[in-house]
Design a protein around this ligand. Structure first.
Ligand SMILES: [Zn+2]
Length: 86
């Protein structure tokens, strides 16, 4: 039947935009370099899922699957803190 084949598509249409945004955000994150917690250079590259390696000092860290957990606080938290300081 037609409907059977379309059910997945309909589901995708409802959530597609949000997921696509999230995916592109993650992909951008994966491709960009991250700051190495050891040497401070933006040389941290994703080597494997959950493993990040610094090209500068060779430091290897286990982090998130899609981005290194080099910063304990989220961007929002940091911005709020900074706003409070000033
Ligand atoms: Zn480093």
């Amino acid at each position: 039947m037609k409907d059977e084949g379309n059910s997945a598509k309909r589901y995708g249409a409802r959530y597609g935009k949000r997921i696509r945004n999230k995916v592109s955000e993650v992909e951008k994150d994966q491709k960009s370099n991250h700051e190495c917690p050891e040497c401070g250079f933006l040389s941290l590259k994703r080597e494997a899922k959950g493993i990040w390696k610094c090209k500068k000092c060779g430091n290897k860290i286990a982090g998130g699957a899609w981005r290194p957990k080099t910063k304990g606080k989220s961007m929002v938290q940091r911005v709020l803190e900074k706003a409070g300081e000033e």
